[in-house]
Design a protein around this ligand. Structure first.
Ligand SMILES: C=CC1=C(C)c2cc3[nH]c(cc4nc(cc5[nH]c(cc1n2)c(C)c5CCC(=O)O)C(CCC(=O)O)=C4C)c(C)c3C=C
Ligand SMILES: [Fe+2]
Ligand SMILES: [Fe+2]
Length: 368
């Protein structure tokens, strides 16, 4: 019979168990070039959770039209936001991973490894999980950096992780965080981020909470995403003591021709500009790290729409990124979702001595 599972022939039964945390974000092209963007979009847009359409039809559209036209245009956008450290999304995610590793090491005083993976592109989920497997992870926490659950993002991450784990011989205890849109520590971090900005620049006439959209069709099929976006925005607005007129929830980054959830960010900004609203601030609470969709679409393109339509002042409030408030929020999420795990590692470690002796005997008994 062929070997079906991923074995650990290098595994020692007396190795110390550890806790593992896999941070996952969406992913980004390896370079701001049409070829790299084509590779990235090819993988991204082939995911059935991103485009729910008959596969053959979508394959024709993707390869016949989109991948011929879009990479050139999108590569130009990436060139404008690319930094010395690479794509902002990847660089910021790496900083988050390092900072969270420090925070959990300090807090838990246990062997615990934090690894970063991307759903599309590099570093892959498979490589991240392999790193954790080699660290003898017995308890695994998956933390997709999407506060609001969507099938296209969080759901897709679960699928990709399960695809790898199902091949392991020794499957660890797994905890998957499916959302944290109303977690007090996350809400607090957003409130602080906004207040700090307003301390420097004063308050706007209107604060827009702009979230990445999804097709309306997905919402009608039962995706909870829009409701979670609304709740995040409401909780933050309440803590900032904003009146109904002072804030609004909107959806950005529409892709393709079908209707997406509304109101659209760009249309709303045009209307606000036309209606004489002087200053608008935009924050994008659904993005754990700044990326093309915030730095380019909101901070540049949408700013332009607003000012063109008659608006006077536009501020983009950065994503939570690797701020200490964000890392603290992620740490609190980790603490909450790993309740009881330290005891588990301790008890497994205690038995290491006993295992060591038994394994030794077993190995001696095995036929050579
Ligand atoms: C934060 C949540 C996100 C949801 C929900 C989401 C849904 C979704 N996205 C697309 C299509 C594209 N998204 C693109 C970029 C992009 N999307 C997110 C996050 C969510 N997407 C991020 C963080 C990024 C930025 C990546 C970066 O490198 O900075 C792109 C690529 C850029 C482009 O070609 O415009 C596409 C395409 C769909 C269809 C969808 C829901 C069905
Ligand atoms: Fe997207
Ligand atoms: Fe976009």
């Amino acid at each position: 019979m062929p070997i079906k599972f991923y074995n650990s022939s290098d595994y020692h039964h007396d190795s110390l168990p550890t806790l593992g945390i896999l941070l996952v974000n969406l992913g980004t092209p390896a370079a701001p070039t049409p070829a790299a963007v084509r590779r990235y979009l090819g993988e991204f847009l082939a995911d059935p959770r991103i485009t729910e359409m008959p596969r053959w039809l979508w394959w024709l559209i993707l390869h016949g039209i989109i991948l011929r036209v879009r990479p050139r245009r999108v590569a130009q956008s990436y060139q404008q936001i690319w930094t010395a450290a690479g794509s902002p999304l990847l660089a910021i995610s790496q900083a988050q991973c390092q900072a969270l590793q420090q925070a959990v090491t300090h807090h838990f005083n246990l062997p615990i490894t934090v690894v970063l993976a991307m759903r599309y592109g590099q570093p892959t989920i498979a490589s991240g999980l392999e790193q954790l497997r080699q660290a003898h992870v017995r308890n695994l926490l998956i933390l997709p950096l999407y506060p609001q659950y969507a099938s296209a993002t969080t759901g897709s991450t679960f699928e990709a992780v399960a695809e790898v784990l199902k091949r392991w011989r020794w499957i660890p205890t797994v905890h998957f965080i499916s959302h944290y849109h109303d977690h007090p520590a996350y809400i607090r971090a957003l409130v602080t981020q906004i207040q700090q900005d307003w301390n420097h620049h004063g308050k706007p006439d209107k604060l827009l909470f702009s979230f990445h959209g999804i097709p309306k069709r997905f919402f009608l099929a039962g995706d909870p995403y829009p409701g979670e976006c609304y709740k995040t925005a409401r909780l933050v607005a309440e803590r900032l003591n904003l009146s109904e007129q002072q804030w609004q929830t909107v959806f950005q980054s529409r892709f393709g021709r079908e209707e997406w959830i509304k109101p659209y960010t760009n249309d709303t900004l045009k209307l606000l500009g036309q209606a004489g609203t002087k200053r608008v601030d935009v924050i994008c609470p659904g993005f754990a790290a700044d990326c093309l969709e915030t730095l380019m679409e909101i901070a540049q393109e949408d700013r332009h729409y607003f000012l063109q339509a008659g608006g006077q002042e536009f501020h983009y409030i950065p994503a939570l990124n690797a701020t200490s408030e964000h890392i603290q929020a992620l740490l609190e999420l980790v603490i909450q979702h790993t309740q009881g795990w330290s005891e588990c590692v301790y008890s497994q470690s205690e038995s290491v001595q006993a295992v060591r002796q038994r394994v030794h005997r077993m190995e001696n008994d095995l036929p050579k």
